[in-house]
Design a protein around this ligand. Sequence first.
Ligand code: HAM
Length: 423
Amino acid sequence: MYKAPRGTQDILPPDQPHWQWIRGWIQELCPLYGYGRIDKPLFEPTELFTRGVGESTEVVEKQMYTFQDKGGSSLTLLPEATAPVMRTYLEHGMHVLPQPVKLYAVLPIFRHDRPQAGRYRQFSQLNCEAIGEADPAVDAESIALAWRFFHGLGLSQLSLQLNSIGDATCRPGYLEALVAHYRANEDEICDECRERMVKNPMRLLDCKRRRCQPVIDGSPKSAELLCGPCDEHFQELRRHLDRLGLNYHLNHRLARGLDYYTRTVFEIWAPGIGAQSALLGGGRYDGLAEVLGGQPTPGVGFAAGLERTVLALKTQEAEPPASSPSGAYLAYLGDDEKAEAFSLAERLREAGIPALLGFGNRSLKAQMREADRSGAAHALIVGSRERESGMVTVRDLATGAEVPVPQEEVVRWLRERASALAS
Ligand code: HAM
């Protein structure tokens, strides 16, 4: 028996209401903030990620699905979408548009990580990126959108984690202080962190090993070592958040695991969904465009994990708006009636009414059992009497009440019934 590859999942019809709800909300919400939808390829040149995300990040070093295509190019399934969205912006000359250009996309993301609850090898992200404007008000707007995304779905008790990790001016000083702290504690840290100290000290804060946690906790705080402009940016962002009444927790350990971040970084956490509690992560990436060969272009954005959002919705018992039974199940007695039921089903679909037909020449009783389980509001029964008189028996599957309706009238009858129920 074949099984879904480890860390992937089938999303079956009963789970779809949660997903449709989320996707519908995304389409409603993002335009409210001026975000336009883009769709993107699911693979990109590997170099986009090694350069854009950083060689010594865990995502690039350990988690990418990289392959060589038949032309010998090295390609990688999206392990994240910010570098690819920046590639889109640069390739399509979007700097000539009014700035910032705000783009959103729902994309499958691939990471070869150890699967567990809330952590998959293929998962979906909502990515929202605002590119071309350095104003801290854009950071605040991005965070407000992120927050509203979850609140609009009815999630509560979320926590917003915030930090600033500076820029090319102040980061070196911070990293020097960080490395000095690690040197002083070299006996307490893991071998990988010893390597990180030399290769990419920013990634020291990502270490998950228990022995390194006290050293991380005692580390110097980037937000306290910012240069003047970064500090002003951070203060202004915080004033905006305060004015919006968005409470945040200043988290000095938040460094976000990807190399392109500058200044603002943030995450939104949900309680009670297990170890993988980050529903969303984001931040500013003012240096990314240049790393990818473009003109200096600021940007800020986030990605929300949709599987984790579904987990949080289920944990908090936030249910999608209930859909009431709709449409018709067509049941019939013999072959002639089946042919008639078949055409009637097509007529209903043409009129936009969902219609199901019993297959396999089952008994009428068996068909009625199926009708009850089908989610249809009505069964339309075609027996020999109905066929001869051009009628159909309409059975209300909730109450069991039956009425004869002329076949010619049945579309109108079902429509009137549906609008009476809706009002
Ligand atoms: P990230 O923090 O790596 O950021 O991922 C964002 C979100 O994707 C996480 O908060 C989580 O909800 C979800 N996620 C990550 N890994 C997994 C996994 N293995 N299984 C299930 N869900 C997962 C980024 O990807 C950045 N590109 C976000 C960004 C956009 N920054 C600026 N703009």
